[in-house]
Design a protein around this ligand. Structure first.
Ligand code: ADP
Length: 365
């Protein structure tokens, strides 16, 4: 307890002593009930203003004072009339219960106040978030038209033989991708992106992702491993969105790992999930940043501005995974490097039968 706490205890116990002294001076004119009520008032005042412990302490002090000074024989703790024990203990019980009730009422009020402050803060944050999303949506929409014009003009200039136009076109493309990502992020945040999970084969998805990422991979080989224990790996996911996640992971693996090191894609069933993992032998991600890399615009301090984009890829990927009931997580790789795992709900061949769809075979996929 600090000095201030001690002073309050001392003040209330002194008040109990003062009340006792005043009542003792006029003891002849008082009945038991007057003494009990006066003490009770003091206990209630202490409990209402101070802590429960202090309220109880004042109750015990009053109990002792009552017994010692006001119940015969006076100035002893003994009692001549045994019925006075009943009076005393009733007094103590009432004082203790009142203290407890007051404490609970105050606690409840504090809780309500805390909740209301939190609710207000959440509402303010929600409003700020909505504003930010609306701003992003409108700015990115308005940027698209001038970008298209710039690109078209650069194209014209290039056909006139000015090679600098290539850079303009490339930069316009980069901005365009950034704007598209921003738009998607705001749609995902607002729950406005359509998601259509269906039963698909992992092999299909991996094949399509490799094809889509082949340009970015620049001829780098990717080792694919599909769980040999499962003849047909099926999952329930939105093909287009899952494809985008996987392509993004492949591009990152390529961007952030040294040329010549292996990039691997693996698919396997784990429990009731289908897991698609993209692994590389790059530097990995330090423990402190393993969650932050999934936040929008987060790029680790010191990362090169020339590699990668604005730090939107992984946040979009994770939201896309979650929008279809899946997850996207990072795992440190034994022997160095990163592994990003997209997990979606697994599906069984029997579910395909039940749906009346044709059962795909490895050959037909
Ligand atoms: P960007 O690539 O545009 O910076 P991302 O959201 O895709 O944005 O990635 C965020 C950050 O996570 C990257 O800047 C990079 O530091 C880190 N990161 C992503 N993938 C990998 C990887 N395969 N290996 C190491 N670091 C990675």
């Amino acid at each position: 307890m600090n000095a201030r706490g001690l002073a309050r205890w001392a003040a209330w116990l002194a008040a109990a002593a003062a009340l006792t002294a005043v009542m003792a001076a006029v003891r002849g004119d008082l009945e038991k009930v007057h003494v009990a009520l006066a003490y009770l008032l003091l206990v209630l005042a202490a409990s209402a203003r101070e802590t429960r412990a202090l309220g109880l302490a004042v109750a015990v002090a009053a109990f002792l004072g009552f017994n010692f000074f006001f119940l015969p024989p006076y100035e002893t703790f003994g009692l001549a009339d045994r019925r006075d024990w009943l009076v005393l203990f009733t007094f103590l019980a009432v004082a203790a219960v009142a203290t407890q009730l007051l404490h609970r009422a105050r606690h409840g009020a504090a809780e309500v106040e805390r909740l209301s402050v939190e609710a207000k803060r959440a509402a303010a944050l929600g409003e700020a978030d909505r504003l930010k999303d609306a701003l992003i949506a409108s700015v990115s929409h308005d940027l698209r038209t001038p970008l298209t014009t710039i690109k078209a003009l650069a194209h014209d200039i290039r056909s006139d033989g000015d090679e600098r136009a290539v850079t303009i076109e490339e930069e316009a493309d980069r901005l365009n991708r950034f704007v598209a990502d921003l738009l998607d992020l705001s749609r995902l945040a607002g729950g406005a992106l359509a998601v259509a999970p269906e039963i698909n084969a992992a092999e299909d998805l991996v094949g399509a992702a490799l094809q889509r990422a082949s340009g970015a991979l620049g001829g780098r080989g990717v080792a694919v491993s599909l769980d040999p224990a499962e003849p047909l790996l099926l999952g329930r996911f939105d093909f287009v969105h899952a494809l985008r996640v996987l392509v993004n992971l492949l591009e990152n693996a390529h961007k952030y790992s040294p040329p010549g090191t292996a990039v691997e894609v693996a698919a396997r069933r784990v429990g009731d999930g289908l897991e698609l993992a993209v692994a590389d032998r790059g530097p990995g991600v330090p423990p402190a940043e393993r969650e932050r890399i999934f936040e929008p615009f987060y790029r680790p301090a010191g990362s090169s501005p020339d590699v990668g984009g604005a730090g939107l890829g992984l946040s979009i990927a994770r939201r896309l995974a979650e929008a279809q009931g899946g997850t996207l997580r990072y795992e440190a790789r034994e022997g160095g490097g990163s592994r990003f795992v997209l997990r979606v709900p697994a599906a069984d061949v029997a579910e395909l039968d039940a749906g009346g769809a044709a059962v795909p075979t490895r050959e037909s996929l």
